[in-house]
Design a protein around this ligand. Structure first.
Ligand code: NAD
Length: 431
């Protein structure tokens, strides 16, 4: 190692098991040769700007005290305030939050919204706690990280197991601590507290928009196109509905209970209704299609496949079997790097997560802009602006992919990392 450049790994990570942060570092390695003179700054991307680990002590309903570990990681803020969700999950690790914060930097830069990347997490299984306990956890966590968040510093949002109610508690706690109501401190708020119209549907809508662009590029007619969707939630459900409304046949959908199939297309609105049912119902007991196995699901022939549930779904073990033309990554990290290479060799277009699911952060940006200006936009204005940002990002990425003969993922990273590092270079180093 060069003793004067000090590029060793951060000491807080186990060098033998970097976890998700290791995958992110590999992705940065892949784009480094394309960064030209900006490559001088690439080390900036390999270490988060700021990491805060906090103890979150709360009194439980039974009077005992519980302690949870919480994190807020600000990866890079050269282009704007940090932006990224807060995840409540018992398996959340610092490595995961670091990687997610870095992917937020890349995502915001890839679609060119003026934010940096950040992410937060608390190691907790929320299902084991009451609403009142979760409220205390949320308020104490925000209180602990309040010195580094703010509408022009770092803006949290919902992620796994957090929602509009969580954001309302976060906003209120920040307001109580600072003595001023700054609704722009978090996004994903309920509409009545300054949330934005169109936010709930934004990610699925963004997936649909880039899917339309990719289909046009390969001359695929959406009317009658065969679409397969993993996940019936916020992202997968809305994306499926929009393809269905555009005349495509959504022939299979999958949730955590199983997969259903209909050769002539599923009744997508009826599937979305399952989420509203009480008690909530899922695909396996819905009678809305023929039940198929997991293997059959991945073997289906389709034009468009949308993984919109979990990470690591398309791997070296099933990528070879996929018979599809376009993969739209609704979920974060659904395709492993090995599977990426297999799909590229088969000529499958993979629209990477940092573009495909960026609709959510784009409308979060709109929410923040509405909050700081105090002027709220109509839903059709929001959807039109979202469509423009998504189309522009897709086209710019596709042009770079063609120029360098690389995948859309590498192209998106080239565009995003160049933007971040250009901002970094212009700002220079302080002091
Ligand atoms: P959600 O909770 O609304 O829906 C998740 C869906 O995945 C559900 O239908 C669930 O049944 C299904 N699922 C869970 N486990 C599964 C399994 N083992 N096999 C098959 N299906 C399974 O979540 P969401 O908001 O739609 O998020 C989905 C993905 O999109 C996540 O990776 C999330 O990080 C990513 N994402 C979401 C947004 C957003 O705005 N909601 C933005 C960017 C990325």
């Amino acid at each position: 190692m060069n003793q004067r450049t000090q590029h060793e790994l951060p000491t807080y990570l186990n060098p033998d098991d970097l976890g998700p942060w290791g995958i992110y570092l590999e992705q940065v390695e892949r784009v480094t040769p394309y960064l030209g003179k900006l490559g001088k700054w690439v080390e900036t991307l390999k270490r988060p700007k700021r990491i805060l680990t906090v103890d979150v002590p709360v009194e439980l309903d039974n009077g005992t005290i519980a302690h949870f570990e919480g994190y807020r990681v600000q990866h890079n803020m050269a282009r704007g305030p940090g932006k990224g969700g807060v995840r409540y999950h018992h398996d959340v690790t610092l490595s995961e939050v670091m990687a997610l914060s870095a992917w937020m930097s890349v995502k915001c830069a890839a679609v060119d919204v003026p934010f940096g990347g950040a992410k937060g997490g608390i190691r907790i299984n929320p299902r084991n706690y009451s609403q009142k306990e979760l409220e205390r956890v949320t308020r104490r966590y925000i209180s602990e990280i309040s010195m580094i968040i703010g509408p022009d510093q770092d803006i949290p949002a919902p992620d796994v197991n957090t929602n509009g109610q969580t954001m309302a508690w976060m906003m209120d706690t920040y307001a109580m601590k600072t003595g001023r109501l700054a609704t722009g401190v978090v996004t994903g708020k309920p509409i009545s507290l300054g949330g934005s119209l169109g936010r709930v549907e934004a990610t699925g809508r963004g997936c649909f928009t880039v899917g339309v662009e990719a289909a046009r590029e390969i001359g695929l007619d959406l009317v009658g196109a065969r679409v397969v969707v993993q996940g019936c939630g916020n992202v997968g459900g809305i994306a499926a509905l929009l393809f269905h409304q555009a005349g495509a046949k959504v022939i299979a959908m999958q949730d955590h209970t199983g997969s259903i199939y209909a050769e002539n297309g599923l009744d997508v609105p009826a599937i979305l209704q399952l989420n509203q049912s009480s008690p909530r119902r899922f695909l396996a007991d819905s009678n809305l299609g023929e039940i198929i196995s997991l293997d059959e699901f991945w073997d289906l022939e389709s034009d468009i496949l949308i993984p919109a549930a979990l990470e690591n779904q398309i791997t070296a073990s099933n990528a070879d079997r996929l018979r599809t033309k376009i993969v739209i990554e609704g979920a974060n990290g659904p395709t492993t790097p090995e599977a990426d290479d297999i799909l590229a060799s088969k000529g499958v277009i993979v629209i990477p997560d940092v573009i495909a699911n960026a609709g959510g952060v784009t409308v979060s940006y709109f929410e923040w802009a509405q909050n700081v200006s105090g002027y709220f936009w109509e839903e059709d204005v929001i959807n039109a602006r979202l469509a423009k940002i998504m189309c522009d990002a897709y086209q710019a990425t596709a042009a770079v992919a063609q120029q360098h003969n690389v995948t859309l993922r590498t192209a998106a990273f080239i565009c995003a990392c160049s933007r971040i590092l250009e901002a970094q270079e212009l700002r220079g180093l302080y002091p």
